[in-house]
Design a protein around this ligand. Structure first.
Ligand code: SAM
Ligand code: DTB
Ligand code: SF4
Length: 339
């Protein structure tokens, strides 16, 4: 039997062997424990939060993240584009809201934010917030002052991923350090914004690396408010994408284990079934929701790669009796009549 105290407050003192022991649990027990933690943390397991992404500045990035279609270091065939005008972004956000998204995340292929771009970003963020959407951005590394300015502009969430555990990190990217990422996350927290921080699985890392990533996330000074688990989308021309296209993708049961362990070590985070959903069967997605995932990206496209479309996701939600978070439960006609 596992020793999970479902009523416990979130912990920040996980050891690597403890997280590895969760991964090693019999699968049925692990998923059951994760589902129990999901409920004990106060979540309604039928509710899933919906976010939509937009790449507001695409390609030509100076970093060499070995999975990324947008790095200038690799030939992926992606066409680079300049920072979009605020009104174009706001129009896309309106469409996302009308399609059912609750949060709108603006992504830029930058190593770090430059001060000269702040006024346009502030206009975008203010305009998106005025639509009644939660705002999120992922713009690379930030200084403390930039984080404060984004917060003042109305930014609710900042996404900055650790991507993998510190031991495998050097195999993924060499142009910024793990500590750089931790520093940006600290600036985001200090500015009073909510954090969105997770990683990627299926990049050729070991189970220990996955455990090490989740341990890092759980031992942050506060757990990420949103915790995206991205399945690597293998992009041809990137070193990690090419490796995975040759060797094959991560086993889907191991992916579900990763989601379940994320739910257990960060019980109150919104665990997002993030990139990679386009390649997943409905059954695999259902298992991920059962294991505690309660957030997804919607809208047919992530930043540069595809997602399931609205019709497919609506059918999945209907068949799994899921509903978008914040939308009232449908009331059966007979119970309305009886009231
Ligand atoms: N440039 C900024 C940065 O790296 O922080 C923001 C955009 S970047 C594309 C955001 C995140 O997307 C990365 O940290 C990575 O976790 C995820 N990502 C990028 N390419 C991916 C891929 N091919 N498969 C899965 N996740 C990916
Ligand atoms: C996150 O963790 N995943 C999203 C979001 N945060 C910015 C991005 C996934 C990108 C997948 C590859 C692409 O579409 O370019
Ligand atoms: Fe640039 Fe972000 Fe892609 Fe890394 S993940 S290459 S920082 S856009």
């Amino acid at each position: 039997m596992t020793q999970i105290n479902f009523a416990a407050e979130p912990r920040h003192d996980w050891t690597l062997p403890q997280v590895e022991a969760l991964f090693d649990l019999p699968f049925m027990e692990l998923v059951f424990d994760a589902a129990s933690v999901h409920r004990a943390a106060g979540f309604d397991p039928s509710e899933v939060q919906l976010s939509q992404l937009l790449s507001v500045k695409t390609g030509g990035c100076a970093e060499n993240c070995g999975y990324c279609s947008q790095s200038a270091h690799f030939k992926t065939g992606l066409k680079a584009e300049k920072l979009m005008d605020a009104d174009v972004v706001i129009a896309k956000a309106r469409e996302a809201r009308d399609g059912g998204a609750q949060r709108f995340c603006m992504g830029a292929a930058w190593r770090e934010l430059k001060d000269r771009d702040l006024p346009r970003l502030a206009a975008m963020i203010g305009g998106v917030k005025a639509l009644g959407l939660e705002t999120c951005a992922t713009l690379g590394m930030l200084t403390p002052d930039q984080a404060r300015q984004l917060k003042d502009a109305g930014l609710d969430y900042y996404n900055h991923n650790l991507d993998t555990g510190p031991e495998y990190y050097g195999d993924v990217v060499t142009t910024r350090t793990y500590q750089d990422r931790l520093d940006t996350l600290a600036h985001v927290r200090d500015a009073g914004m909510s954090t969105c921080c997770g990683g990627i699985v299926g990049m050729g890392e070991t189970r220990r690396d996955r455990a090490s990533l989740l341990r890092q996330l759980a031992n942050l000074p506060s757990h990420p408010d949103s915790l995206p688990i991205n399945g690597l989308v293998p992009v041809s021309g990137t070193p990690l994408g090419d490796k995975v296209l040759k060797a094959g993708q991560i086993d889907s049961i191991e992916f579900v284990r990763t989601v379940a362990v994320a739910r257990i070590v960060c019980p109150k985070s919104m665990v997002r079934l993030s990139a990679g959903r386009d390649d997943m069967s409905r059954e695999l997605q259902a298992l991920c929701f059962l294991a505690g995932a309660n957030s997804i990206f919607v809208g047919g496209k992530l930043l540069t790669t595809p997602l399931p479309g609205q019709d497919e996701d609506s059918a999945l939600f209907q068949d799994l009796d899921l509903r978008p978070m914040g939308v009232a439960k449908a009331v059966a006609p007979e119970s309305v009549a009886a009231a």
